[in-house]
Design a protein around this ligand. Structure first.
Ligand code: ACO
Length: 332
């Protein structure tokens, strides 16, 4: 039994937060943001729109595009670091309810920007072991809920959104996910952190006064490690599978910073046409970034059945992951 990437769907909130808007909020400039990150604008969810709402819409599209009914889904894995609730229930359980799916295994994954590829590895394992047939994996973030919009070093980077995919069982090896690498090094856990709420810093007046509920990042250190780790990781997965970078039509890196993407794409000698880029219009949507990017090329008619994708991501934890797989859904 093999696991195939059966479909893709995404949800993009309608409110645009542009660099010009941010110029009015913090001491920054469109020129600085564009030069250092490649971001022009990002999308922000409405106040009444939560992570599970965005995930639900992306999931409905993905299930429909897989030609399945909601009741066919036998596992839901949601990757998010901005869950509906920080303790319980899991966002995956809330999504199951919003989709009307009963009696289904459902849980969340916390791996920051690497979450979607981590979820892909879980789906692959469940399917290859014969435990499940159709796994709904989701990357969804309302990152605006943990961003301090007075901190110019982080508020310019992040956006909201969701992406989802159905991973299904197949006997046809040519459709199968080829390989996934996923790893972590907790020694760098202080590079990207939301200090509260949690058992280290339970919710208190001090937490609110010190803004410990907001994301904190050692940007420059993270940047350097991201370039090094991502480059090594993609080179390894390609050589392990005897595939040349020039034979990958779609390199879909995590959309954190154009300079990181350019450095990794350059190390692989990829052409501009091979590298999928959405960071300019969505910013960094953490776990949602890769499925939103895949959905973009799918809806643009650029991703066709059987074409190879190389996914590559890096995020808080620190975590990183890469995947090599054909797109095995129907053409739009
Ligand atoms: N506008 C203007 N100036 C700014 C801004 C801003 N928005 N933000 C920072 N600066 C200033 C700093 O204060 C600093 O000034 P100084 O030299 O006077 O001290 C200067 O710009 C340079 O700051 P750096 O942090 O060194 O800038 P850098 O070139 O590293 O860019 C950035 C910062 C964009 C955050 C970059 O480091 C980055 O993209 N890091 C990686 C992010 C990432 O990949 N994260 C992982 C995934 S996220 C996740 O998992 C949730």
């Amino acid at each position: 039994m093999y696991a195939k990437f059966h479909s893709i769907g995404a949800y993009v909130p309608s409110t645009v937060l542009s660099n010009a808007d941010l110029e009015k909020m913090v001491d920054t400039s469109d020129e600085w943001i564009l030069k250092r990150t490649g971001i022009r604008e990002r999308r922000i969810a409405r106040d009444d729109e939560v992570t599970s709402d965005m995930a639900k819409i992306a999931s409905e599209i993905a299930i429909k595009r897989a030609g399945l009914n909601h009741s066919d889904i036998d596992l839901i894995v949601c990757a998010t670091v901005t869950p509906d609730y920080f303790n319980m229930p899991s966002t995956a359980c809330v999504i199951a309810d919003k989709l009307g799916i009963k009696d289904v295994q459902a849980f969340d994954i916390s791996a920051a920007c690497s979450g979607f590829v981590y979820a892909l590895s879980v789906a692959k394992a469940f399917i290859e072991s014969g435990m499940k047939r159709h796994v709904l994996i989701i990357g969804a973030e309302k990152f605006s809920s943990i961003v301090d919009y007075t901190d110019r070093s982080t508020c310019i980077l992040f956006g909201d959104g969701a992406g989802a995919s159905v991973i299904s069982a197949t006997n046809d090896k040519s459709e199968a996910i080829i390989d996934i690498h996923a790893s972590a090094d907790g020694a760098y856990s202080d590079f990207l952190v939301t200090p509260a709420p949690g058992s280290v810093n339970p919710l208190s007046q001090r937490v609110l006064d010190e803004g410990l509920n907001f994301v904190q990042m050692k940007g420059n250190e993270t940047f350097k490690l991201a370039v090094k780790t991502l480059t090594k990781d993609v080179k390894e997965i390609l050589s392990d599978n005897n595939i040349d970078a020039k034979d990958i039509p779609h390199f879909v890196p995590h959309q954190a910073n154009y300079r990181i993407i350019k450095a990794v794409g350059g190390a692989l000698k990829m052409t501009k046409e091979q590298v999928v880029l959405t960071v300019d219009k969505y910013g960094n949507t953490s776990a949602a970034s890769i499925p939103m990017a895949i959905n973009d090329i799918y809806e643009a008619g650029r991703l066709k059945k059987g074409e190879l994708m190389l996914l590559d991501t890096f995020g808080g934890g620190l975590t990183w992951a890469s995947a090599l797989l054909p797109f095995s859904g129907d053409n739009l």
